[in-house]
Design a protein around this ligand. Structure first.
Ligand SMILES: *Cc1c(COP(=O)(O)O)cnc(C)c1O
Length: 240
């Protein structure tokens, strides 16, 4: 399904959206087979922040359906200009006063990072008669520059979660400290999975989803159990 308006091969010789998506899928499949996992267990949220509707459309045409945004304002302007069949996730920090702004488009919030945010979301969902799937973001390295719960807070949050009628807490997300060497992310991905396994055994929440891994470390994340990976730059043209 290609039409003449979509740049299959870009002018400057960079790979096309098709080529980038296929290359990513091959690497996902290879990582899955190393880990003894089935490729369908790993889904891709293409993080399109800073990229425009044309870039999104090219990737959509190549077959990508799930996209992630990290800023409310940017998402609100971009999404109406993109193909209508796409699914949109919020992957970045959501300010508490912007909760209502994501409800029209967001089907999964990867970055629920405070109790107050979760409570406001539940109330806003109730008011608009819908529900929302959320992941709890965990700041495993305790970086002050990043949002997220401490690992120790997760059991307490899950105790509260039983009271949220409109929120489905379906898993955990993490964003480890950036290193060139993806192996340095492994310990964090492993800890997120162990935290999930422990929480699953003690909370009664199934928590099937683990959102972890970006352009530089998604293979390691898959080996450690990721069910959602969040590649951005790898799938799009280089950020300006
Ligand atoms: C920007 C971003 C990504 C994608 O990062 P890349 O390095 O471009 O793959 C993934 N997750 C979150 C939360 C982000 O903010």
């Amino acid at each position: 399904m290609k039409n003449g308006h979509t740049a299959i091969r870009e002018q400057d010789g960079e790979p096309s959206a098709d080529a980038r998506l296929n290359a990513l899928r091959e690497r996902v499949t290879a990582a899955c087979s190393r880990a003894g996992r089935a490729p369908h267990e790993v889904r891709i949220a293409a993080v399109s922040k800073t990229f425009g509707p044309n870039d999104v459309s090219a990737l959509a045409q190549a077959g990508q359906t799930v996209f992630g945004e990290s800023r409310v304002q940017e998402a609100r302007q971009k999404i109406p200009l993109c193909p209508g069949h796409l699914e949109w996730h919020m992957v970045g920090h959501l300010q508490r006063n912007k909760v209502k702004d994501i409800l029209p488009w967001c089907t999964l919030l990867h970055s629920a990072d405070s109790l107050e945010l979760l409570e406001r979301l539940d109330t806003a969902c109730e008011a608009s008669g819908r529900s929302l799937a959320v992941l709890l973001e965990v700041n495993l390295a305790g970086e002050s520059s990043k949002y997220g719960f401490a690992a120790e807070e997760i059991p307490g949050i899950l105790e509260r979660a039983g009271a949220w009628i409109r929120l489905d807490v379906i898993g955990l997300m993490t964003l480890p400290p950036f290193h060139e060497d993806p192996e340095r992310s492994r310990q964090y991905f492993r800890r997120l999975r162990e935290l999930r396994d422990h929480a699953r055994a003690t909370s009664g929440f199934d928590l099937p989803e683990l959102s972890m891994g970006m352009s530089n470390d998604f293979e390691v994340a898959i080996e450690e159990g990721a069910t959602w990976i969040r590649p951005g730059t790898l799938l799009f043209r280089r950020r300006a």
